[in-house]
Design a protein around this ligand. Structure first.
Ligand SMILES: Nc1ncnc2c1ncn2[C@@H]1O[C@H](COP(=O)(O)OP(=O)(O)OP(=O)(O)O)[C@@H](O)[C@H]1O
Ligand SMILES: [Mg+2]
Length: 356
């Protein structure tokens, strides 16, 4: 178990944001943390990252586990250059490399037994930390997150919001923490960096908790879904898309009430079995198309949000903002439609079951 959260509670003034939140996350699990705006996702992550104290309950990590956290707000500026900031992600290996170089110089002109011993011990640790690859890894990850060699000496204070986020992600990826916590990492990212991030996250072997509006990112990276709702929370052992389907099914089930006794032809419309199965497969296609439509709109929304977060000069902000509102409405409609088809499909499948 990497992380165990028990009966967590947090309130701001009179408002209780987290109440009796409990879950456990195992090694290598990649968890999508979802929930409407303001349900407490960031609050939960800040507690996990040690930036906020809970009012009750407990958070425990596997012994020695290292946690890496990307905040929802812009990353902190440490007054370094791009290269230095990324190197800080492999600080231990790089400082060992320097010490080894010093010792090597001493070994060349007569070393003491202490020097020799230090060298041997340090070299072993250096190998364990994949030290020889560190410098190269730094450059590789920076390139992957969209940085050109000619930008390496730029001070981080001169970076745009998107560049700051990309750099913070590069550093975290280099740190390879046991638990990586990312709160809306794509907010300031363009399409290419989002793809690069998705690839990097899919490849990491560490444990991950990810909050993102980008459904494509969630579904291509995560394998568990933690849904925070006002009325409680659920940790579902499947991707977000699977979770939503399961939830839509459960809701359709509740709305329909208990499954009716099988009856022959007593439904509101007379279906012969062949027509019924034809309609079921038509609806299945329709459901898949509706799902694709929602995903497409959501990734358009994510792209638009990153443009809005870091607008190019001369952009028509009014136009962009109005498109943003329009897209949100469109997504709400597409989701409602998707859910409607889902429950209709459920109804017909139940009839098929009943007719058998
Ligand atoms: N420091 C604070 N003081 C008072 N209220 C706060 C504080 N931080 C958050 N809140 C409130 O707690 C609730 C949860 O906020 P939080 O930022 O955790 O939600 P969220 O799920 O991350 O939302 P979003 O999806 O918009 O990022 C909100 O109602 C917010 O206004
Ligand atoms: Mg948040």
């Amino acid at each position: 178990m990497v992380l165990s959260v028990a009966s967590l509670r947090k309130q701001f003034g009179d408002a209780t944001v987290l109440e009796d939140v409990s879950f456990r996350i195992g090694p290598r699990e990649k968890v999508a943390l979802v929930g409407r705006n303001g349900t407490g996702k960031t609050t939960l992550l800040k507690i996990l990252a040690g930036e906020l104290e809970p009012d009750g309950g407990s958070v425990s990590f596997a012994r020695g586990a290292r946690v890496g956290y990307l905040r929802q707000e812009l990353p902190v500026d440490h007054g370094l250059t791009v290269l230095e900031e990324a190197q800080a992600g492999r600080a231990e290996a790089l400082s060992m490399a320097e010490r080894l170089k010093e010792l090597e110089a001493r070994l060349a002109d007569g070393a003491t037994p202490d020097d020799l011993e230090e060298y041997a011990t340090l070299h072993e640790r250096f190998l364990e930390a994949q030290g020889y690859a560190a410098e190269n890894d730094v450059r590789l990850v920076l390139a992957r997150m969209g940085f050109d060699e000619c930008e390496f000496d730029k001070p981080t204070s001169a970076l745009s919001g998107g560049e700051k986020t990309r750099l913070a992600l590069a550093r975290l990826l280099l740190e390879e923490p046991d638990l990586l916590i990312l709160d809306e990492p794509t907010n300031h990212l363009d399409f290419d960096s989002r793809e690069a991030l998705a690839k990097a996250l899919a490849e990491t072997t560490g444990t991950l908790i990810l909050v993102s509006h980008d459904r494509h990112l969630l579904d291509s990276v995560t394998d568990h879904t933690l849904d925070l709702r006002v009325d409680g929370h659920t940790l579902y052992p499947g991707r977000y898309a699977e979770y939503r389907l399961a939830r839509a099914r459960a809701e359709a089930e509740t709305q329909r009430g208990p499954r009716p006794e099988p009856r022959s032809g007593g439904e509101d419309r007379p279906w012969n079995p062949r027509a019924l199965s034809k309609e079921v497969s038509r609806l299945e296609k329709e459901l898949a198309a509706a799902e694709d439509r929602v995903a497409e709109l959501e990734s358009e929304l994510a792209a638009l949000e990153s443009t809005l977060a870091d607008p190019p000069t001369g952009a028509d902000l009014l136009e962009l903002t109005s498109r943003h509102g329009g897209l949100q409405d469109e997504i709400a409609r597409a989701l409602a439609y998707w859910e409607q088809i889902g429950s209709e499909l459920e109804r017909l499948r139940a009839m098929q079951g009943g007719a058998r």
